[in-house]
Design a protein. Structure first.
Length: 139
């Protein structure tokens, strides 16, 4: 989060902080579609009843496919740029991996956190496979 010159936080920044500490209400808010909540990083390139193709752009020190802990349905990832990634899975295990540009990999529906440890922006494509249980990525 960047500080405003007048040291005031935006309404969005305040709501994000409150959500992070669970102060936004008695029930947890439903996860929001990443493409709608973070259009600067996510762009829907194609969507039909069977697949949705997302383009993701991220900065160093931030996520590779979303911010913080987030969800993805079953998907195929194409790493347009490579880098060093720190991956924390649902099981709490943490792995550090070097991902070469052009890498392609499949993943089942999952919740994880991935941090870009490199000094460059990341660029990836995520192809979400829609089934009866599909819900969008929450990046």
């Amino acid at each position: 989060m960047t500080e405003k010159p007048n040291n005031r936080l935006s309404r969005r920044e305040i709501l994000m902080m409150l959500a992070a500490v669970g102060v936004t209400g008695s029930r947890p808010a439903p996860a929001q579609d990443a493409a709608k909540m973070n259009p600067r990083s996510y762009k829907v390139l194609f969507e039909n009843s069977r697949v949705r193709v997302l383009e993701y752009l991220g900065k160093p020190g931030l996520g590779v496919c979303g911010q913080g802990r987030h969800y993805h349905p079953e998907h195929l990832t194409i790493a347009a740029s490579g880098g060093k990634m720190k991956i924390a899975g649902e099981d709490g295990k943490v792995h550090v991996r070097d991902v070469p540009p052009g890498s392609v990999f499949f993943a089942p529906a999952e919740t994880h956190e991935i941090e870009n440890l490199g000094g460059r922006n990341v660029h990836a494509y995520l192809i979400e496979f829609k089934d009866k249980a599909w819900k969008p990525s929450t990046g």
